[in-house]
Design a binder for this molecule. Sequence first.
Ligand code: PLP
Length: 402
Amino acid sequence: MTEPSSSSSSSRLPPTPPALPTLPFALPDIGEAEIAEVVDTLRSGWLTTGPKARRFEQEFAEFLGDAGLQCIAVNSATAGLHLALEAAGIGPGDEVITATHTFTASAEVIRYLGADPVIVDIEQHSWCIDPREVEKHITSRTRAIIPVHFGGRSADMSAILAIAKRHGIKVIEDAAHALPCTHRGAMIGTLASDAAVFSFYANKTMTTGEGGMLVTRDEALARRAKVMRLHGIDRDAFARFNSATPAWRYDIVAPGFKYNMTDIAAAIGLVQLTRAHEMRERRAAIAAQYDDLLADTGIALPPHAEAGDVHAWHLYPVALPAGLHRDRFIDAMFAQGIGMSVHYIPLHQQSYWKESCRLHADDFPVSETLYRSTASLPIYTRMTDGDVRRVAEAVRRAMEPQ
Ligand SMILES: *Cc1c(COP(=O)(O)O)cnc(C)c1O
């Protein structure tokens, strides 16, 4: 060995400060109550869709504050979006409009049904789908719009619902980020759209590990989605004509899917839901602390909700000033132990969408400019005020010229 021993080298070098542990980009907030509820399910003998999934659906409708809503628990938001579009009758030859600045799930469900996604740009002030772009892209084949409440800030639903009404097309909200969130004082999930779909993926504002909730006030849509959620099994068909239908009796009315939520997942959801407002308040406090700590850095802060509206604060993406290289900024954050992400690499930059929908970056100036300059900071309930300060300080150091 020719290398000096570590003890002799450390006696000559100034001691390096112990590295701070890495701050993850996202962490679920699971407490003892969630664990106890899952254990209760495991001991109950009923693991798959059963009493807890049913209770979760009821309590979700109560949470949204609208008794007229049907809530349909599924094993992902992607599944819920697929079911909603299927039940809305979307199929080959149809066009469905969604935003480029989203996760691929918003668009892939359109392809599941053999329909054609029409990808449009977002608005500068909200980072959500631009209603004027929606209007511009409506054709005789347009059947639905999928707005995304980006980062937990409501899209301009008033404009979108007005366009949909004028053209006789459906609105299915991708509400994956939007629990809880309001538009003009009304909870997302209770608007006049055809359906809204929430996600309980592990990094979302509340979680069931994997899971989602399809919410609708359309009885026919709900009925179809419930049948298609579980193999196309229809028990009601018999029950309607024969009150003495035996438990084993059912009919298959379509080649359905396997999209039901387990009671194990619902057990987590039941507890998370009771904490949803309190968890949102914590994320809003973190966002306010970031706003304050980053106000003088030259960084553009994420769009806030309209006055009086609730922002779910699922994400806290910032836009870097011109001249600061986004990828190098993220590298510098990682080097300081801060987990980072980008929301999103837009659909028009993804090979499949670019090729199959013939998308060109020039047609998405708002999304493209944001994509090149934005990075998302960690924002989740388990962060302490000290963690937030640590991230803000790391941002300042990452912005210093190298
Ligand atoms: C997470 C996410 C989805 C998909 O949710 P899953 O529950 O993972 O299927 C859909 N759309 C957006 C915008 C998302 O962020």
